[in-house]
Write a protein that binds this ligand. Structure first.
Ligand code: NAP
Length: 260
């Protein structure tokens, strides 16, 4: 299937690691020009060189997305370097465990800045370019928005807001033909997930308990499986799909618990 993404310039926030890096690779495999926007410069350079050493183009902007200025600058730098912007993947985030009992109002606002506000800022500053390209936006959410997790108010509410913004932006951007969708992972082995798992006294035992509750094949979703859904949603092959929440999770969130 030709996804018609050749030469399309796609910003992927948090594209240096985990799910974001898989999305960057999947975009490059389709002939698109991914632009990694993230704060770990070393990891970003590694992913960039994996792609450019194969003869493809890939941008890298090393920045922390916690300020609106950084978001604006990463959009203008992309357009300066590549001449256009066709799509935005808002993916950067971290389950930072700012809870109701353990956290504070100040920490809660800081968590929203880390996990939510840059999704808005990146979409806002991308808009003039996406209008020109009739581009699309894919957000990466989290199951915690619909299941809760405990002790993570900032992250869970950011991900809930991202689902709401997906519907809201899909509605607002109808006149421009810009589609907006959210892909929602549950359990994907990434550097972030690994570091969370390692906080448990017996990480492998904890992992086996989680795996036993994933209905389809009792395994984690791979980052590549998330990326496949993202590139499909970016592509013209999903040209009548907008405002949707797509759970790529082996049935974890919605299937009957009696199945596990
Ligand atoms: P990851 O392995 O930590 O990769 C995320 C990348 O984004 C890292 O390079 C990180 O930099 C960067 N990043 C995070 N916040 C940033 C910011 N404010 N500014 C710039 N860069 C930032 O995480 P992942 O597991 O791939 O997660 C990707 C997305 O999937 C997140 O939105 C996460 O909430 C969501 N998700 C993941 C899972 C899962 O099971 N893995 C489940 C549900 C949802 P640093 O390395 O410096 O932190």
């Amino acid at each position: 299937m030709d996804l018609q993404l050749k030469d399309k310039v796609v910003i992927v926030t948090g594209g240096a690691k985990g799910i974001g890096a898989a999305i960057v690779h999947a975009c490059a495999a389709e002939g698109a020009v991914p632009v990694i926007v993230g704060r770990d410069a070393e990891a970003g350079k590694k992913v960039q060189s994996e792609i450019t050493s194969g003869g493809s183009r890939c941008g890298l902007i090393s920045v922390d997305l916690s300020t609106a200025e950084a978001c604006a600058q990463s959009i203008s730098q992309t357009v300066k370097e590549f001449g256009r912007l066709d799509a935005l993947v808002n993916n950067a985030g971290r389950n930072d465990k700012v809870g109701l009992e353990e956290g504070s109002p100040e920490e809660y606002v800081a968590s929203l800045n880390r996990n939510l506000v840059h999704y808005y800022s990146m979409a806002h500053y991308s808009l003039p370019h996406l209008k020109r390209a009739r581009g699309s936006i894919v957000n990466v959410g989290s199951k915690t928005a619909v299941t809760g997790q405990g002790s993570t108010s900032g992250y869970a509410s950011s991900k809930g807001a991202i689902m709401a913004l997906t519907r809201e932006w899909a509605a607002e951007l109808l006149p421009y033909g810009i589609r907006v969708n959210t892909v929602i992972p549950a359990e994907v082995m990434t550097p972030l997930y690994r570091s969370w798992l390692d906080t448990f006294p017996n990480p492998e035992e904890k992992l086996n308990i989680i795996l036993s509750k994933i209905p389809l094949e009792k395994r984690m979703t791979t980052a590549e499986e998330i990326a496949s859904m993202v590139v499909f949603l970016l592509s013209a092959k999903s040209s009548h799909t907008t405002g949707q929440h797509l759970f790529v999770d082996g049935g974890y969130v919605h299937l009957d618990r009696a199945l596990t």
